[in-house]
Structure formats: C-alpha cells, structure tokens
Write a protein that binds this ligand. Structure first.
Ligand SMILES: CC(C)(COP(=O)(O)OP(=O)(O)OC[C@H]1O[C@@H](n2cnc3c(N)ncnc32)[C@H](O)[C@@H]1OP(=O)(O)O)[C@@H](O)C(=O)NCCC(=O)NCCS
Length: 171
C-alpha cells in the first residue's frame, strides 16, 4: 500500500469511495461526499493534507484535514479539522485507516499546524491521542446531545497549543 497526496485526477474515485464507505458507517447523513467536494473547492482545503491510500492502482482509502476556526472572546484561532476518513469496506480492519490518520497527522505537525479537531467516534479516534474537546473548554458551535459530547474531539500537535483557549469550534 502506498500513501500519497491526492491529485486533481483522483476526485471522481475519491468521491465514489466516500459515498460507498459512508453507506455502511455507524453515523452518516448520506452527504459526506458532497462535504468533501465542498471543502475541495473552498479555501479551507490544504492539498498537502488530503491523502489517498493506493494499492494495485486503486484508491482504497482517503483522509482529508482542512482549516477550521475556534472562535473565542479574544479572537479567532486557526486550527485543523479531520474532515473525513474513509476506507473501502473490503479493506477495513487491516490498518489502512490508522496508517492514513497517522500519515496525515505527521504531515500536519511537520507543516506547523498546532491542533486538530473532529466529530467522530471517540472509541476509534482515541488511539491517535484525540480526547474530548470539552477537556480544553472548547465546544462545537451547535448543541450536541449529551451522549455524543465525547465525539467532539481535539488533538494538540504542539503540546500546550490549546491552553487557555475557551471557545467554539466549527467542524
Ligand atoms: C472508520 C474507518 C475509517 C476505519 O478504517 P480501518 O482501515 O478499518 O481502520 P483500522 O484498520 O486502522 O482500525 C480498525 C479498528 O478500528 C475499529 N473501528 C472501526 N470503526 C470504528 C468505530 N466507528 N468505532 C470504534 N471502533 C472502530 C475496528 O473495530 C478495528 O478494531 P481492532 O483494531 O480492535 O480490530 C472505516 O471503518 C470506514 O471507512 N468506515 C466508514 C466511514 C466512517 O465511519 N468514517 C469515520 C467517521 S468517524
């Protein structure tokens, strides 16, 4: 398996992968592929942080980190959101998702980004060091049911980067 930066030509294959992957996801609004397409067209997109996992010329996984903001009383702070992670159903549970997550987080750290947020299953993302964002006094911009609160997560890439920031994140 090879992990590389997504290119223009990958768009259709990645779009189809996301659409199919989320048909079997525990939580899905059925619109994840459009969310991906919107980010790709917007200035929140960071091409270096949109990666594909490829095997035998076929894309079997994809991850996208993008820009997001935490708004606090002292201003706006730019961080990242792990916007989307998908692995082809028949290739799951063999480390593809983890390899993509680790590669993207490594790249983000090397590019100097300070923290990453996400809305996702805390039982999965805990393995990469994500913790509930509430541990940092940061909450999602919309109300979240109590049982879903731990799924709004944060990871400091630079230790201490979220210290003292009390605010609302847009995901
Ligand atoms: C979530 C997903 C990306 C994981 O990809 P993967 O390549 O199977 O992940 P890995 O092989 O690195 O890890 C698999 C492990 O994660 C666990 N796991 C996968 N999804 C999980 C979830 N939603 N909650 C808890 N654990 C989960 C598996 O049970 C497995 O556990 P094990 O290592 O103890 O066997 C993949 O299942 C997927 O594309 N799902 C559909 C889209 C989706 O839900 N994306 C994430 C949104 S939060």
């Amino acid at each position: 398996m090879n992990i590389r930066q997504e290119t223009e030509g990958d768009f259709g294959e990645v779009y189809a992968l996301i659409k199919t992957a989320f048909e079997t996801a525990a939580i899905s609004d059925g619109d994840e592929q459009e969310y991906y397409a919107r980010i790709r067209r917007s200035d929140t997109c960071i091409p270096e942080l949109s990666l594909v996992a490829e095997q035998d010329g076929r894309i079997i996984g994809h991850i996208m980190l993008a820009r997001t903001l935490v708004r606090s009383k002292t201003g706006e702070h730019e961080f990242l959101v792990l916007a989307i992670l998908s692995v082809a159903e028949e290739r799951r549970r063999s480390g593809v998702g983890s390899a993509l997550a680790r590669a993207a987080l490594d790249r983000a750290t090397r590019l100097g980004h300070r923290a990453v947020f996400l809305a996702g299953d805390h039982r999965y993302y805990g393995r990469f060091g994500f913790v509930p964002a509430s541990e940092y006094s940061i909450r999602y911009k919309e109300d979240v049911p109590r049982e879903m609160l731990d799924n709004i997560m944060a990871l400091e890439l630079t230790p201490g980067s979220l210290d003292g920031i009390k605010g609302v994140v847009d995901l």
